[in-house]
Design a protein around this ligand. Sequence first.
Ligand code: RTP
Ligand code: MG
Length: 143
Amino acid sequence: MAIERTFSIIKPDAVAKNNIGAIYNRFETAGLKIIASKMVHLSKEQAEGFYAEHSERPFFGALVAFMTSGPIMVQALEGENAVLAHRDILGATDPADAASGTIRADFAESIDENAAHGSDSVASAEREVAYFFSTEELCPRTR
Ligand code: RTP
Ligand code: MG
């Protein structure tokens, strides 16, 4: 199995509800290792740059407003098939459609405030990890 990296955000709604630790527990239970982590409060420019692929979508303004509404936690995660493994425990974008036991089913209120983000491909993960972390900030696991 391939050891991959992926990128995670615990979004402002979940940080505000004190669910950081509970969501970290989901990562660790799934075998995903946190190799970098920090809290940040995004500027409008940072949020627009991160979600640039959605800039023409009707929800873009609301997405940027939400993502800048409070602090977030950003993580690089490492593990076997990490991109898909992380998307599996995250659940569907709309928590109403998310499988029971997933992060969005258990911690999210709506499609607009859906608790967490996960990279959708290895290529996205590389870009997103690099958007927030320098190489020196990543601590790959040897055990
Ligand atoms: P994310 O990037 O945050 O992990 O979410 P995702 O891949 O599951 O969904 P994506 O299509 O990338 O959309 C990014 C975020 O935009 C909001 N969204 N709203 N109202 C809508 O139809 C709609 N569609 C997407 C969601 O908050 C989603 O997480
Ligand atoms: Mg996405």
